[in-house]
Write a protein of this length. Structure first.
Ligand code: MN3
Length: 246
């Protein structure tokens, strides 16, 4: 594993080169330029955007600490190892691009690329004392698709409750621009080319027991119901807007 300083140096070097490349190649597509500018940071665990205790009483501090420093950190480490073993150039291949062709890689890559992406997203999808419901275009799309916000919560909660064993529940935007709710096993997600329902994940809920067992034990439905109190809808709205700008 590279140190943070090495990563920063690499980032500065790459950004500098990319800047020159972009200046001399004005016809580059947006996708190519963003690939050039990818510094591999989406492969490394980012700082948690709040304290372990911040989401109490809905998620307890000990669960957050173990979840972030042990479970999620391990996915990031194993992803780095898999990228070395399977010769993925993380400087030129974004994690999203990798996930979209995950069927070409090993089970280790699938589990850890998914595990890392899902957790990095999950931390940002939560915040203390958020607004209680979405507004704007996302709110309109949810009402159009599910009937009401309450009906959406019911459908999402059902996907989360009925996921057998470990996995995730999702709200996603499909390629045709419409919303859907799904669930995936293990650390799979809707970006993967092996997912039953594919699209851009907007909202995801971790229903592995490690995400809730210390506080909720076997009562997964109580964890799901409590989780709505900490969903960062501003962030989800931003993801929804971005899904249409790509
Ligand atoms: Mn987890």
């Amino acid at each position: 594993m590279k140190s943070e300083i090495q990563n920063r140096r690499q980032f500065l070097t790459k950004t500098g080169k990319a800047g020159i490349a972009l200046a001399t190649m004005p016809l580059l597509t947006k996708m190519t330029s963003s690939a050039l500018l990818n510094n591999g940071s989406d492969y490394t665990q980012q700082p948690l955007p709040y304290a372990y205790i911040a989401l109490e009483p809905f998620i307890d501090a000990m669960t957050m600490e173990i979840h972030y420093t042990k479970h999620a950190a391990t996915y990031a480490k194993n992803l780095a190892d898999a990228c070395v073993a399977e010769k993925v150039d993380t400087a030129s291949t974004s994690l999203t691009v990798l996930l979209k062709s995950i069927s070409k890689y090993s089970a280790k890559m699938r589990n850890n690329a998914g595990g890392h992406y899902n957790h990095e997203l999950f931390w940002q999808l939560m915040k203390p004392s958020p607004s209680t419901a979405p507004t704007g275009p996302l709110a309109d799309a949810i009402t159009k698709t599910f009937g009401s916000f309450a009906d959406f919560q019911k459908a999402f909660g059902e996907a989360a409750k009925t996921r057998f064993g470990s996995g995730w529940a999702w709200l996603l935007v499909k390629a045709d621009g419409t919303l859907a709710v799904s669930s995936t096993p293990n650390q799979d997600n809707p970006l993967m080319d092996i997912a039953e329902l594919q699209g851009t994940p907007l909202l995801g809920l971790d229903v592995w027991e490690h995400a809730y067992y210390l506080k909720y034990q076997n009562k997964r439905p109580d964890y799901i119901n409590a989780w709505w109190n900490i969903v960062n809808w501003e962030f989800v709205q931003k993801r929804y807007a971005e899904a249409f700008s790509k």
